[in-house]
Design a binder for this molecule. Structure first.
Ligand code: HEC
Ligand code: HEC
Ligand code: HEC
Ligand code: HEC
Ligand code: HEC
Length: 175
């Protein structure tokens, strides 16, 4: 009788400590994932496309001239979302998330190695559309990322995709 009770206590102790360990491991290994689940600020390009006619540079201010396209700040969202927009479940969830969000809630981690240069704005200025490299708003929302393998860059720079030819000199792209 006694040993059975002890056995259960041990089993529970193992489960509780193990569970706490898993949570701690999760937090330590995947902070973005945890952030995503708990307080991520929701955003959807497709919904804004209809509402705004979607001027990409309003939110990605570096896209047409900068080295990086950049991400919008919380203040950029508040420009419109401080107004009383239609009350909906989506807007309620947004207000709650914005309240707790840091000033720069959206972070884009470069897909390129640090020794490769990709001057973002130069590409837009030379007449390549956002959609050529990023796909449609719907595809971006679904998580599509641009191609960043050297052979993809070179194919376009060699003129194979119908855009103006650009440098294939190693030192232009590699620091
Ligand atoms: C109202 C603001 C807003 C506008 C306008 C906007 N975006 Fe975004 N964009 C965002 C936000 C916010 C994110 C980050 C979304 C997230 O992390 O959930 C984002 C992310 C992206 C990303 C990165 C996706 C990734 O791989 O992480 C791309 C590419 C992008 N937008 C392209 C565009 C293009 C192209 C347009 C115009 C057709 C556009 N955006 C217009 C707010 C905007
Ligand atoms: C020639 C291809 C190309 C074109 C054209 C292009 N992009 Fe990008 N874009 C990229 C690549 C490649 C990255 C990833 C850069 C990296 O990982 O460092 C990127 C990154 C981004 C990001 C992520 C945020 C950041 O700071 O890098 C956003 C947002 C974005 N582009 C928006 C746009 C918009 C808006 C347009 C049109 C005005 C556009 N892009 C046109 C290739 C392109
Ligand atoms: C230029 C104005 C404008 C800006 C800037 C803007 N939004 Fe919106 N947003 C709207 C409008 C308009 C709606 C539709 C309102 C409605 O359906 O009642 C909307 C709807 C939404 C919704 C609700 C979608 C749903 O599921 O119902 C979310 C979430 C949202 N926006 C997030 C953001 C975020 C995050 C930012 C900043 C990156 C942002 N918005 C910037 C105008 C804007
Ligand atoms: C869809 C076509 C396209 C793709 C894809 C593309 N580029 Fe380009 N790139 C261009 C064009 C066009 C120019 C020329 C701009 C000009 O000279 O006005 C250019 C210019 C450049 C320059 C400046 C070159 C110079 O002479 O100084 C660099 C650096 C560069 N691209 C890097 C990259 C990298 C890295 C990638 C892949 C991650 C890439 N590009 C993908 C079309 C493209
Ligand atoms: C248009 C831009 C561009 C040019 C020009 C370019 N590269 Fe790259 N290179 C890249 C990008 C982007 C990567 C990283 C992605 C990848 O590994 O494919 C890369 C990666 C590499 C790597 C690492 C690949 C690996 O498997 O680790 C080497 C080595 C390299 N480049 C050598 C060169 C040499 C040599 C030249 C000149 C003959 C050159 N590159 C010209 C864009 C370029």
């Amino acid at each position: 009788m006694r040993t059975r009770k002890v056995k259960w206590i041990v089993i529970w102790a193992v489960l509780i400590v193990g569970g706490a360990g898993l949570v701690a491991w999760d937090l330590a290994s995947f902070p973005e994932y945890f952030y995503e689940r708990s307080s991520r600020v929701p955003f959807n390009h497709e919904k804004h496309a209809e509402a705004l006619g979607l001027d990409c540079s309003k939110c990605h201010v570096g896209a047409e001239a900068g080295i990086r396209a950049t991400m919008p700040s919380k203040a950029d969202c508040m420009d419109c979302h401080n107004l009383p927009l239609t009350e909906s479940e989506g807007i309620e969830r947004l207000d709650k998330a914005l309240l707790n969000a840091p000033d720069a809630p959206f972070v884009f981690t470069s897909l390129l190695p640090s020794n490769v240069v990709f001057p973002h704005g130069l590409h837009v200025k030379s007449g390549v559309s956002c959609e050529t490299c990023h796909g449609s708003a719907k595809e971006i929302d679904a998580g599509r990322r641009p191609q960043v393998r050297m052979q993809d860059c070179l194919a376009c720079h060699q003129g194979k995709l119908g855009f103006p030819k650009a440098s294939t000199d190693c030192a232009r792209c590699h620091r």
